[in-house]
Design a protein around this ligand. Structure first.
Ligand code: NAG
Ligand code: NAG
Ligand code: NAG
Ligand code: NAG
Ligand code: NAG
Length: 603
């Protein structure tokens, strides 16, 4: 989790857990939709999403460990699903026939005229049997040649010959993955439900880092095996994870620095108390003027302009220390939002050096450390900030946030309380205190704290919205909707925060599966704030629920566009790829689509 796990993420977490909470409901809902089956989407996605609840990840790691162990048992054999296991028909014929007289040239010349069909079948069978023996003896090169002879002498194309030869290529040192793919292509062309060939091709594609193809084949294998084999769903998870992480990194690299959605930026700025603007010196320089203009643009939520102006201001130089410290703080904040963590730390560090009592810069350095997953360093920053100015309520609020993220709700509550003692005018401290109490199990205290907060801040929508979330969590749907409606009314005066709308949609959905009403709420939210990530994520899940997979994919793509961090982006891509793989399955195996639904129902 990142430092923004301020109140703003409570909801996003909620959307993410929607899938796992309603896994069964979603699968059943999907099964009811006849057109295209997406049975396993929610199942896969919820166990592999990096944004999930955490436990699936540990399952996954355990799975990988088990894989490694079983690999050891194979003693260097890459593909134990060799031909031996496939020998279901006759045992090796105890034939006197000397295969050596069938040289490649002779085999090539075996036509109907030279040799009748049943004779050629017999010869092919002999080659295969000998190939199996060579395979068993781990002489993979010899086995591959024998299967080639089987292929050439056989009057009909036999998928098993190709699949067996692929097993040889798989086990050669080094493995011949391209040849594995070629042979599996042949086998699958002849028998589209040939699980071993599909699985083998998936492994080869994975090794070749052709992840989309690997995912497609593992998905097909999983469904064809009716989810019975533990290894293939794990392979799906593994490939999804690798693919999403890799592509997320690539996308972020190519995307270049850009500011996150405006709602995110305003939520970040709103997490700090408003302060008076610095007072311009007598004869302000051009840089000084630019600084003030940048603050003005910030106030107007014109962040791109504000960023441009602050760069100009510092480039042209700000003439007095307090102003320069403010300017560095602001530029450092933008650098943080742009993902330039080192640059952010430098600016913020310079800022605090110029005006040591300007502890906000230190608190922001702490949030940079949290983004980098270094809570210890973040705590050091808070300590240092307290040394500089122990009366700064922001320090305790943000330390509370870090403790909250780390699930230390008791200490978090203490820090929120301390912050409120210093200044009780900041609505988020009150809300977070209530949520921390709730998470710590003090439900009655939390509800009372919320009621006090709603009374103290009647003009704010946030207490209503987050109180509504607790009610939703307790399945008090009507009460929740009433709070969300009030929050929506307040936001209508100055529409910024659309979370209450999305929450209302979620409630309508959970209350009586009213998908249409839930969707209308989300669309309304997006009309006001086209970059509302929570609305997009919810719409994606609601689409899946109805089996509208193409629509779901579009929303996942949009989620990916809006994602800020690599983790968020990888999460969105995971859903997108899992859905696509299953759309493809339904296309390739239309006859099995309904079967996939039936399986989904019993999961
Ligand atoms: C197959 O074996 C080779 C060498 O024995 C090894 O380098 C490779 O990683 C193995 N591949 C798989 C998919 O296990
Ligand atoms: C800021 O500029 C980027 C392109 O540089 C654009 O994509 C984005 O929409 C702009 N944001 C705002 C709030 O205008
Ligand atoms: C600062 O100004 C110089 C030259 O005037 C320019 O090359 C540079 O890009 C500017 N830097 C920023 C961050 O605007
Ligand atoms: C800030 O600068 C000082 C030296 O001036 C350095 O010791 C310290 O590590 C820096 N802090 C950060 C967070 O970069
Ligand atoms: C705040 O959290 C820290 C742990 O980081 C804890 O030691 C302290 O007691 C808490 N309370 C206050 C009032 O700071």
């Amino acid at each position: 989790a990142s430092s923004r796990s301020s109140v703003a993420t409570t909801l996003v977490d909620r959307v993410q857990t929607l899938v796992s909470e309603n896994k069964k409901a979603i699968l059943i809902g999907t099964a009811a939709a006849a057109a295209i089956a997406v049975g396993g989407v929610a199942y896969y996605a919820s166990t592999s999403s990096s944004r999930g609840t955490g436990s699936p990840t540990t399952d996954l790691e355990k799975g990988e460990k088990k894989d490694r162990k079983s690999k050891k048992k194979k003693k260097g054999v890459n593909d134990t699903d060799g031909p031996i296991l496939e020998e279901r028909k006759a045992k090796v014929e105890n034939d006197e026939d000397d295969l050596s007289k069938y040289s490649p040239e002779v085999v090539a010349a075996l036509t109907e005229e030279v040799s009748p069909t049943n004779e050629r079948s017999r010869i092919a069978g002999l080659f295969k049997a000998k190939g199996n023996a060579a395979y068993k003896a781990r002489d993979y090169a010899a086995a591959a040649k024998l299967y080639s002879s089987a292929i050439e002498s056989s009057p009909t194309a036999e998928p098993v010959f190709y699949s067996n030869r692929a097993a040889c290529y798989m086990n050669m040192v080094p493995p011949q993955y391209e040849l594995v793919v070629q042979d599996c292509n042949e086998a699958i062309k002849l028998d589209s439900s040939y699980v071993k060939a599909l699985n083998r091709r998936a492994m080869a594609f994975e090794a070749l880092e052709q992840y989309s193809e690997a995912l497609r084949d593992y998905t097909a294998t999983t469904v064809l095996e009716k989810f019975a084999n533990q290894a293939t769903p794990r392979a799906v998870d593994r490939v999804l994870k690798t693919m999403s992480t890799k592509n997320a990194q690539e996308i972020l690299k190519n995307r270049g620095p850009r500011l996150p959605p405006a709602t995110f930026i305003s939520a970040y700025f709103a997490a700090f108390r408003q302060r008076d603007l610095p007072v311009l010196p007598e004869n302000p320089s051009e840089g000084d003027q630019k600084l003030m203009e940048s603050f003005k643009a910030l106030e107007e939520h014109d962040y791109n302009r504000s960023l441009e102006l602050i760069n100009d201001a510092l480039n042209q130089s700000v003439s007095w220390d307090v102003g320069k410290s403010e300017a560095l703080n602001l530029r450092g904040t933008y650098k943080f939002l742009l993902g330039d963590v080192e640059g952010a730390k430098n600016d913020l560090n310079e800022s605090i050096k110029l005006v040591p009592s300007f502890t906000q810069s230190l608190v922001k350095i702490a949030s940079v450390y949290m983004e980098q997953g270094e809570p210890d360093k973040a705590f050091d920053c808070f300590e240092e900030a307290i040394q500089h100015n122990r009366e700064d309520p922001d320090i305790y609020y943000h330390r509370g946030q870090v403790l909250f993220i780390m699930n230390n709700f008791d200490d978090a509550a203490k820090n929120y309380t301390k912050s409120t003692e210093l200044d009780d005018d900041f609505v988020f401290t009150h809300i977070q205190l209530a949520v921390a109490q709730y998470k710590a199990g003090n439900v009655a205290n939390a509800m009372a704290q919320f009621r006090r907060t709603m009374k103290a801040f009647p003009q704010r929508s946030e207490p209503l919205n987050y109180y509504g979330e607790l009610l939703l969590d307790q399945q008090r749907y009507q009460d929740a909707i009433e709070k969300f409606d009030k929050a929506i009314e307040i936001e209508k005066l100055n529409p910024q925060n659309v979370l209450a709308l999305v929450n209302k949609g979620l409630t309508l959905f959970q209350m009586d599966q009213n998908i249409g009403a839930a969707e209308r709420c989300c669309h309304e939210a997006l009309r006001i704030d086209p970059e509302c990530e929570a609305a997009v994520a919810t719409l994606a899940q609601l689409s899946l629920q109805q089996g509208l997979v193409d629509a779901a994919v579009k929303y996942f793509e949009r989620s990916a566009e809006l994602a800020r961090t690599e983790q968020e982006l990888a999460g969105a891509l995971t859903y997108q790829y899992a859905t696509n793989a299953q759309i493809e399955f339904a296309k390739n195996y239309p006859q099995l689509a309904s079967q996939m639904n039936a399986m989904a129902r019993s999961l």
